[in-house]
Design a binder for this molecule. Sequence first.
Ligand code: GDP
Length: 476
Amino acid sequence: MFESLSSRFTSAFGALRSRGRVSNSDIEATCVQIRQALLESDVALAVVDGFVANISEKSLAALPTLQSGTNQGQAIFEIVNTELIEILGGQARRVRFAKKAPTVIMLAGLQGAGKTTLAGKLAKFYADQGNTPLLVASDLQRPNAVTQLQVVGDSIGVPVFAPEIGNGVGDPVVVAQAGLEFARAKQYNMVIVDTAGRLGVDEELMKQAIAIRDAVTPDEILFVVDAMMGQDAVRTSQAFLDGVGFDGVVLTKLDGDARGGAALSIASLTKRPIMFASTGEKLSDFDIFYPERMASRILGLGDVATLADQAKKAFDSDTSAKLEAKFASGEDFTLEDFLEQLQAMSKMGSMSKLLSMLPGSGAMKKAIDNFDEGEIVRTTAIVQSMTPTERRDPKVLNGSRRARIAMGSGRAVSDVNNLVDRFAAAQKMMKQVRNGAMPAGMAPGMPAMSAPKKSVVQKKKSKSGNPAKRAIEEAQ
Ligand code: GDP
């Protein structure tokens, strides 16, 4: 979403960071570039002006005090990073749980913003953490919204309170209130109320949202906004703030390729934090919004922290421990282990998304966009078509077995041969590494996938969580 903004920032700072000493006019020139980049990305003018003025003032003030020998360009980059984090809301804020359950979360926003999808994502997110959410279907307006919520609820095993079929029938306020009572009676600890939107802000919509709010007195009202809306996102958020009011923002469709800057202005303009980010239609395309991670991405430093989180989630500790023990004991890494790793990788989501979290990914954009996502699926299909014995001991794979596997996976025999050959080469390489210097804790076979798990945890302990600061620490 923020690729163009990111590449503009990267080029604005490329020259500055490579310079040891920076002059006042260098700072001014950089500020002009930053201003242009932000405006072209649709960031609201008032936010841009405040941001650039702060950077200019703080950078000029810092220059004389920066010791000679310090990389001044890098220090100014850090000032920009800090300001960007500030614009994005500063610290990530979590949902405040009610002292007395259930915690009530009400979703508000325009039709199509992604509220119903988000209701499911939130429910899954909190259910995975051991909570017992109840989804309440108070969007009785949009065709099929109730059914959509029921389907989502079913798919994640979260109950849906839906006494009305919707499609214009029923009173959403009564449903919300009854939903809350039901949750209290059945001791759910969280209630997520999906509400109706309209295509644009109108009085009736606002009245209904206010009535639902007053009926359920939510602990959190989350304003859900489509990040691809452009400047309208800013106007809409202001209207919702003045109308029903909200405590936090959820940006959806951050996977889109629109400029997205308007969405970045919302936290600063409404003084409400962005709490979650939605990056796709799947229930797993969702996370807490971390301002510092987003700033890091925008400044071209990637988002290694999120990558590590996802790896941690996908590679459960049992599998990792098993692989490490296997590796340490000198046992062979088999195709069965490889299959487990492939499946874990698929759980982490699309490879392009993962690659785009790496530092410098802006420069590899084309290659990342062209990444063949089907490769993992095809490779998995080949390994799945093997018997357990074949996976454990690929040496038994004679011609007829390979032909059978090719047929079973819908691939050519040459694809099977290719995989087996590459696997044998990797196995050989691993043996050599084991006899040499393999970093401790690195799981075999997929070093690049497993490595962040430990190395990032270790890094966090000893180095700054702020990417710009870390870059300075590492340079020293
Ligand atoms: P609602 O009217 O606010 O309840 O919106 P929906 O939840 O029905 O979402 C509208 C459309 O946007 C649906 O097709 C969703 O699948 C899609 N959608 C929701 N969130 C995202 C997202 O983060 N990324 C993308 N690409 N699509 C999304």
